[in-house]
Structures are given as structure tokens and as C-alpha cells.
Design a protein around this ligand. Sequence first.
Ligand code: CU
Length: 334
Amino acid sequence: MQQELSRKARIRSAWIVALCLTGCPVLASAETIKAQLSTAPNVPPPITRTKPATVVVEMTAKEYVGTIGEGEKYKFWSFNGTVPGPMIRVRVGDTVQIHLTNAKDSTESHNIDFHAVNGPGGGAVKLNTEPGEKTGLSFKAINPGLYVYHCATASPSIPAHIANGMYGMILVEPEGGLPPVDKEFYVLQSDFYTKKGKGDVLEYDHEKGLAEHPTHVVYNGMAGSLVKNPLKAEVGDKIRIFFGNAGPNLVSSWHIIGEIFDKVWTEGSLTTPPLENVQTTLVPAAGSSVAEFTVEVPGTYISVDHSIYRIAKGALGLLEVKGKKNPDVYKGLE
Ligand SMILES: [Cu+2]
């Protein structure tokens, strides 16, 4: 009897050793790390981990008065006090823990619908957060790609929360990550619907939203944000732009004047082969595109929505490239 028991104990021990050598589910739990968030046009650093982790993301819904255009103020609703909200970078297989706080002085309830989530409401139904309260969501990043997130609170209306600035992007890197490049940027287009308000602060205009007549079409939350602070690169740099379109209404015809996208991952689908040699790419409302190109010639390049009247509403940004002239590629003639 004693011999039989010790034989069983030996077999059990051998099983435990074998399990642990092949990835013990008890001892080898995934590490927990705090997400490094970035403010547009900056991008969080590439992920060097080769294994999934639990990534903790702190988000705060904040309403504030900021600049929407030259000499124009607007009452934005935001994530983390910027429009767009921060860019989040995780890898496929990560468990993402979202902690949403709604600031005490908010006038509205807020939540987040992550397009990277598999689950009802993209997480919004778990993240309905009243002013001064906190909620949480855990989701597994199953599908790699570049995704938009936005507030989807029904009161006063979902479009109003998007139109007021509550959006950002989350990148889910595929297995093995993305190839290194010289510069990465985060650019997000959106449309605003404003009317004269009290004092000198513009107000949200629901009627203009319904009519799909924006007063502002902007990159990174402000008409002229990328004119005031252009993207910067050097000749020979390989550039990757994570481009999003929050809408809420317009589809963007994204184009960079004087450049050709060497590669475009349309719809933000990073596991599909890219299109090559693209002049203009369509980015749907609540969609994205990842573009790569190498700059051969120094100078100023202008990023536009080539639905071109929109440049008068702010859809224009600059990329300044410094470096040696390259007459073999570009020069004037006498
Ligand atoms: Cu909201």
C-alpha cells in the first residue's frame, strides 16, 4: 500500500515538473505592466516583448475649454485632457485592463467603445462612468490592427460625444511586431460642428451634425495643429504614419502632396499584404490606415484631405524634411 502511494506521488511530481518545463500555468503568469501612452503626434515606443502581458491603461474623461482654430475656443470633451486622446500600443494576446475615471467636474457620463475589443459595445457597456466615478474593463487583444476608440454614451447622443473630441487610437501589434522605421507619427482626422456660444467659446451644433455640415475638419484636434507644430523628418527617413479618422461624419481622402505612400495597410489591417505605390487612401469614419514612405527630397510636404475644400476648414498639416538636395530625383530646369 505504502509502495503504491509513493509510486503515485512520484508520477504526480513528474507531471508537475513536465508541466512547469512547458510553461507552468501557476508559476508562469503573464507580467503586468503599465501602458506607456502618447499624445498625438507622438507614438508609444515599439513593443519588444515576445510574450503577451497584462497591460494596465489609465484613462480619464475630462471636459475642458481649448483652442479649435486660430483665435477660436471650444468646450471639448476628451480622454486624458487632449484631443485626440492618447495612443495605446499593445500586442496580440495581451490582456488589456482599462481603468476609466470620469473627472468630478464633468457635466456628462462617459464611456469608451474600443474597436479592438471583442465583446458587447466594445467595452462601453462595462465602462459607463458618472462624474467622479471609476469603472474598469479587461479584454484580450485577439485581432492585430490599428483601431479607433471613442465615447459611446447615449446621453445627450453618441454622435455628440464623438463630435466633441472623445476618441483616440489603439494599436494591436501582430505576433513578431512591426519592422523598425526611422519615424512614427500618430495623426487623427475629425470633423467638428460649432456655433456661436456664450462669451467667446464656441458650442456644439447638433443640427449641423445631422446635416453633415462641419465647421472644422482638423488633424489632431485643432485647425492648424500640424502647421503650428509640423511633423519633422530627414531625407532618407522611412516614415510610418498611424492615421485615424474619428469622423463622426466624413470619410477622409488622405493624401500627402509631393509624396507617394510606398505601402498602405488599408483599413488598419496589419496582417493583410499592403497596397504599394498609393497616391490617396480612403479612410472611413471610425477607421484607420497605416502608411509607410521614405522621403527622398528635402522640403515641406502638405498632408491634406483631398476632398480639397476641407483645407479651408483646417484639414491641412505639414511634414518638414531636412537634408541634402537630391537633384537626381527632383530639380527645376532653367
Ligand atoms: Cu463621452
